[in-house]
Design a protein around this ligand. Structure first.
Ligand code: FDA
Length: 308
């Protein structure tokens, strides 16, 4: 029951100001966010690389509503890619990008603006041999995001796409992509969605996820199995073996600060494990979605507040 409340709260500007103003929150946020500056993200990535993991770096931000804000996010990614290259991290790490941070929701030509900004990011990424994945946001953005991903792939074939198992449309999106050979990250879905478009019960989402991962493993796509769910991870290993995929033909992805033991277990077994490393000051929405995913995170957060 708490999950939907927290997901609603993730879009509340009043609560956002209150949470951001509270210094203690920052300590809890640090568990999930690598830091504020590019250097902090690159340092976190290098530590993870030293442990045999790969990474995807995400400059936090979403729902940008003005042109200058969208350009600023593009510029942060361009600077990040240079920094990653200088640090020798660009080929091991990739970047994850939210199109709403690049202006997708701007009235009128938001779709075109986001495409133009993300294209510049892809040009810069290609120059340093880094890959790009487009994160998926709430269901109202899926058509635009899939269309942009498709357009980018004609120029930058490794551009990755995310599909959300909770959405009822996902089996048909998966079928459309299944012979394309593209990189697809499968997630359960982190946004609060209406009944008509998304499964509401955890059991239904899990069933859809398990089905989705089998379809992906059987397809020509490169599956990126993004979950901390031990049952789904076991399913993924079984399906990879069934479809004769070697360790380099698919990967597991997990979030920074979540399920470290599981992450290390799979890496030790020889699976490729990529960690999603968010950084920046605009952490509120991302942080609230992490709280919504696990009630224990909220308890941890409230305890820190109480300790003051
Ligand atoms: P589930 O929620 O069932 O959790 C399984 C177990 O994992 C829990 O019992 C708990 O132990 C652990 N766990 C899960 N979340 C936790 C947390 N926050 N803190 C501590 N433990 C936790 N979503 C989206 O809509 N668009 C996107 O682009 C992405 N991108 C993305 C990238 C990567 C690399 C990952 C791992 C996830 C995403 N997501 C996402 C988020 C995804 O949709 C989903 O909300 C979370 O991964 C949580 O779901 P699980 O699959 O882990 O399963």
């Amino acid at each position: 029951m708490l999950g939907p409340v927290l997901l609603r709260a993730s879009r509340s500007t009043r609560l956002r100001s209150a949470v951001e103003a509270n210094g203690i929150t920052r300590k809890v946020v640090n568990r999930f966010v690598a830091g504020e500056e590019d250097d902090a993200a690159v340092t976190a990535a290098r530590h993870l690389h030293a442990r045999g993991l790969t990474t995807t770096l995400d400059f936090l931000g979403e729902d940008v509503t003005d042109h200058a804000g969208a350009r600023a996010v593009r510029d942060r990614y361009l600077a990040l890619l240079l920094r990653m290259h200088e640090a020798g991290a660009a080929e091991v790490a990739e970047v994850s990008v939210k199109l709403s941070a690049l202006g997708q929701a701007l009235p009128g030509d938001g779709h075109t603006i986001a495409l133009s900004h993300v294209r510049e990011i892809c040009v810069a990424a290609e120059a340093v041999a880094c890959q790009v994945t487009l994160d998926m946001e709430d269901h109202t953005t899926v058509d635009s995001t899939l269309e942009i991903a498709g357009l980018l792939r004609s120029e930058f074939p490794t551009t990755g796409t995310v599909l959300q198992a909770n959405l009822r449309r996902t089996p048909s999106d998966l079928a459309a992509l299944s012979r394309s050979g593209v990189r697809v990250r499968l997630v359960k879905g982190a946004y609060r969605e209406p009944k008509g478009v998304a499964h509401q019960r955890k059991a239904e989402v899990d069933e859809a996820y398990a089905h989705g991962l089998r379809v992906l493993m059987a397809s020509t796509c490169y599956p990126m199995i993004a979950t901390h769910d031990p049952v789904m991870l076991r399913e993924a290993v079984t399906a990879a073996a069934r479809y004769d995929r070697s360790a380099s033909d698919w990967e597991i992805q997990m979030l920074y600060g979540v399920a470290g033991r599981l992450r290390d277990e799979y890496a030790t077994q020889g699976c490729q494990v990529r960690i999603y490393v968010p950084f920046g000051t605009d952490w509120y929405g991302y942080f609230m979605r992490r709280l919504a995913e696990r009630p224990a995170n909220l308890t941890f957060f409230l305890r820190a507040l109480a300790r003051g």
